[in-house]
Design a protein around this ligand. Structure first.
Ligand SMILES: C[S@@+](CC[C@H](N)C(=O)[O-])C[C@H]1O[C@@H](n2cnc3c(N)ncnc32)[C@H](O)[C@@H]1O
Length: 290
């Protein structure tokens, strides 16, 4: 019994230590984002096709997860490096590339706020779809993306938009309502979804406003299951929702959180097939020419 308690205590101490070291990393290593990423593959491929990736280009996919966009970039012939702060997702990306026999795509650990392992002016294209927006210190992130991209190259970001009525902005808003207030000085990732912030952040890194475009675009989540099962996947595998569920459980509001999410997912589902869920979500598509 004592041993058991000690183990539990030891585990919880370790957990707290890891979180204290880098909460950004701990959030994304929590759960298993690959289970959500499976619902993002089709739109990821379509987005990559629309970016105009060319054979032989050197591409950095930043905040790559398990390669939803990195692998399609490699399939188009680019030489792709995926960088992500979550080691479990880096490993999952390397496994996927190997299983698919893709040799021109590799994944490594790194932090978008400090890409010191990458030389300046290395990449023709830096892509970050719902990735770098989640890193803290947005001005550092913009500086690093500009630094590693070749002059005359391009940076393409996909960012969720604050206050938008569609899926992801609403999930994150709901999660925030059930979670403790963030630490002082915390800058919401959603601020990357406001045009003026994008222009300011890249502007400080020397990019002129006329070399930055921000347009609204749509990403469709396709889940093999009902809206309620999709909610379960978020509550079980997606760090921000898992944290909200933990907080809601502690305050006796878990059922309320689940009900709110089920209403959201059900009302936004456009699938005619009762066994499938299809939910379009609006995002800000940013293209920067440094
Ligand atoms: C919503 S997921 C998107 C993953 C992938 N781009 C996709 O479209 O499936 C956010 C990703 O950003 C990564 N991320 C968060 N903060 C990061 C940071 N500081 N540096 C690098 N990656 C980061 C997370 O680990 C996670 O893989």
């Amino acid at each position: 019994m004592n041993g058991c308690l000690k183990k539990k205590y030891y585990f919880s101490r370790c957990h707290v230590t890891i979180n204290a070291m880098n909460p950004n990393r701990a959030l994304w290593e929590k759960g298993d984002f690959t289970k959500i990423a499976q619902s993002m593959r089709e739109s990821g491929e379509a987005l990559v096709r629309s970016i105009g990736v060319a054979r032989g280009q050197k591409v950095l996919d930043l905040g790559c997860g398990d390669g939803t966009t990195a692998i399609p970039e490699a399939a188009l012939g680019a030489d792709v490096l995926g960088v992500d702060i979550a080691q479990n997702l880096v490993d999952a990306g390397n496994r996927r590339a190997e299983e698919m026999g893709i040799l021109n795509c590799r994944f490594q650990h790194g932090d978008a706020t400090d890409l010191n392992e990458l030389n300046e002016h290395t990449f023709d294209l830096t892509v970050s779809i719902f990735g770098a927006m989640f890193a803290p210190k947005p001005f550092d992130v913009a500086r690093e993306m500009v630094r590693v991209t070749k002059p005359g190259g391009r940076i393409v970001m996909g960012n969720w938009i604050p206050g938008d009525p569609t899926l992801v902005a609403q999930i994150l808003k709901t999660c925030a309502a059930y979670s403790p207030p963030p630490p002082e000085g915390f800058v919401s990732p959603m601020m990357w979804g406001i045009d003026a912030n994008v222009v300011e952040r890249f502007g400080v890194s020397g990019v002129a406003a006329e070399n930055i475009s921000c347009v609204r675009d749509t990403y469709v989540f396709q889940f093999d299951g009902t809206p309620s099962e999709f909610v379960d996947a978020f509550l079980t595998f997606y760090g921000p929702t898992m944290n909200a569920l933990e907080a809601a459980t502690n305050s006796g509001r878990a059922a309320e959180l689940r009900r709110e999410l089920e209403e959201l997912f059900t009302s936004q589902n456009t699938s005619d097939d009762p066994g499938l869920t299809s939910i379009p979500a609006t995002f800000l598509r940013v293209t920067v020419s440094p």
